[in-house]
Write a protein that binds this ligand. Sequence first.
Ligand code: FAD
Length: 384
Amino acid sequence: MDLRYSEADEAFRAELRAWLDRELPALPPAPEREDWVERRRFDTDWQRRLFDAGYAGMSWPREYGGRDASPSEQLVFLEETTRARAPYIGVNFVGVLHAGPTLIAEASDEQKAAHLPRILRGDEVWCQGFSEPAAGSDLAALRTRAVRDGDHYVVSGQKIWCSFGHVADFGELIVRTDPDAPKHRGISWLILPMDLPGIEVRPIETVLGSSEFCEVFLDEVRVPAENLVGTENDGWRITQVTFSFERGTAFVSELVDAIRLAEGLAAHPGARRYASELARVVAELDGVWSLVKRNVSRAARTGSPGDGALMIKLAYSEARQRLGDLSLKILDRGAFDLDDPEGYAEEALRVLALTIAAGTSQIQRNIISERVLGLPREPKVVAS
Ligand SMILES: Cc1cc2nc3c(=O)[nH]c(=O)nc-3n(C[C@H](O)[C@H](O)[C@H](O)COP(=O)(O)OP(=O)(O)OC[C@H]3O[C@@H](n4cnc5c(N)ncnc54)[C@H](O)[C@@H]3O)c2cc1C
């Protein structure tokens, strides 16, 4: 596929740029970081504005309210919204970037009709309930149980690190439905309404003093059986579909922002001493941007970003951390300048999480070596 920008792409860029120039000055000021009621309102209001203007769900099919944009238009959209410093996708992250795409690929017509338009309009916020205290990298070891009882699944267990769980309406929930099956086979993927009785959400504070993610306790929560996505015990396969979106396309707007930050750093006088290190990071980010183009094009052809997503997630998150370290060296005390809108010191701390979230770098390497390079499988650890 040819990913050079065409005249039509440039026309789209001009139209989008004009819309952003009109829309952004009319936005209310961004809310305080810990004012979650206002943050939800601000982020979903932005999502609604995108929807009304026809820019929500750039990659989503038209029948679900998306734009069905060409790969190059999707890239132009990311470039322009980042350049203009439009609001980040925020609390809509899970819904728009991976829950919605998973539903498009795997859900029933009724489930799609119930959720997809509402996600795109910003009427519905989603979170992800995958990880558990003893199931992170080894996610298939999850213990949260769902037992079928008539028209419901009765769910008990604990999830952890659920980003935006405290402001979400629904969750991507994976549960064990067959405790006797091999661990990857007894898992199901459910749509969890977050307001059901028996759910308790407790925010967790990060090193930045922010509470972006939560613990979610489930005590005999009755989830309607119609909320099962796909078939019972086929949830591990569907989880991989979710990951292919989460690890691939979900990081792309961050990447464009990182390239912008790196270019900003290059203009700083302190950058001279670190020119070769900075050039290396910029080259790495450029390389990842090329991988993104390849992946966006593949996703447009096949409906899923596939294995390229793993490489993007690994390469981006590690390059981004090197950029964070480098910014502290280049700016020295200036990194702590509270008036600098880039907030370099805070950014350097925030990006530490990138090599953990959505699968650690070690796990990405294991999967790439086995699935992409065809190397021998990791030996099973047998408890003594
Ligand atoms: C910012 C952030 C947001 C998150 N949001 C969500 C969310 O919304 N929903 C959700 O469900 N989860 C979320 N997570 C959780 C995330 O998916 C897990 O933290 C991640 O999968 C790692 O699991 P763990 O923390 O249990 O670490 P562990 O699995 O305990 O790993 C500990 C260390 O051991 C290494 N390790 C483990 N196994 C192997 C192996 N086989 N080979 C080599 N090294 C290994 C790991 O790489 C890591 O360095 C989030 C995490 C972060 C940081």
